[in-house]
Write a protein that binds this ligand. Structure first.
Ligand code: HEM
Length: 218
């Protein structure tokens, strides 16, 4: 089985779990509140900051990372910063435990086994497939048009025009990458650790808007 196929199989149960978290349900159901969305984006921002720093450090040290990691297309910190500016960020949250743990894992891979970062990259790049749906539902919830840049939805909307093709190409490039069996194991393991961390991160996110609505209805 190819490395991306192994990862796909390994991630499926955790993906089902993440979709069941109240935060993901609010995102997909078009009813996430602005403050909650901002809180989620900030936590994702901590992960992306760590991952981008790690990938930039690892690319010169591992040809596989250099081959698959395209900062111009894949970096997300800038789009998160644009979204936070557009959505109005009234408080700076510290990284919560799941984001801090993931950032620590990513930094550890960068030092000890840079190729493992491709597993983490798989998860965040793959999550853009979900973004094809979420750009619309989050846009509906926040009253913003995902086709308009700089309105707070760039994290999900950036690169959508070429999305399914870019994802197919990434998976193919990973399948074709000449890696040892041990390196492939590390990449799969890192993808699973990252996805499990995403489940924890999502499970810890607030869904205050729904609570407020429920209280208002009482
Ligand atoms: C409401 C939340 C979410 C929805 C509705 C959603 C939906 C989707 C959809 C429709 C796909 C494409 C499936 C396919 O090609 O057959 C996908 C793929 C994927 N999603 Fe999500 N997703 C959500 C959250 C997440 C999160 C939080 C992550 C992790 C950061 C994530 C990671 C992935 C990955 C890695 C893939 C690619 C799987 C593969 O092809 O191997 N998703 N998602």
């Amino acid at each position: 089985m190819t490395t991306p196929d192994r990862i796909r199989q390994a991630l499926a149960p955790a993906h089902a779990l993440v979709e069941l978290t109240p935060f993901a349900q609010a995102l997909a159901g078009g009813r996430v509140g602005r403050a909650d969305y901002v809180a989620g984006l900030r936590q994702m921002g901590y992960l992306h900051e760590a991952l981008e720093a790690a990938l930039a450090a690892a690319a010169p040290r591992h040809p596989g990372v250099a081959a698959l990691y395209d900062p111009a297309k894949m970096d997300r910190v800038a789009s998160i910063a644009r979204d936070l500016a557009a959505l109005g960020e009234e408080q700076i949250d510290a990284p919560a435990a799941p984001a801090a743990r993931l950032a620590e894992a990513v930094a550890g891979w960068a030092t000890a086994k840079p190729w493992a970062l491709l597993g983490a990259l798989y998860v965040v790049e793959g999550s853009r497939m979900g973004s094809m749906v979420l750009a619309r539902s989050v846009g509906k919830a926040l009253g913003r048009d995902p086709r308009q840049p700089d309105t707070g939805l760039d994290y999900h909307a950036d690169g959508l025009a070429t999305r399914p093709q870019d994802w197919r190409q990434f998976r193919q490039a990973l399948a074709d990458l000449p890696v040892t069996e041990a390196e492939a194991d590390d990449i799969c393991h890192a993808a699973a650790v990252t996805m499990d961390g995403m489940v924890e991160l999502y499970a810890a996110l607030p869904v205050r808007a729904a609570t407020e609505a429920t209280l208002a209805a009482v």
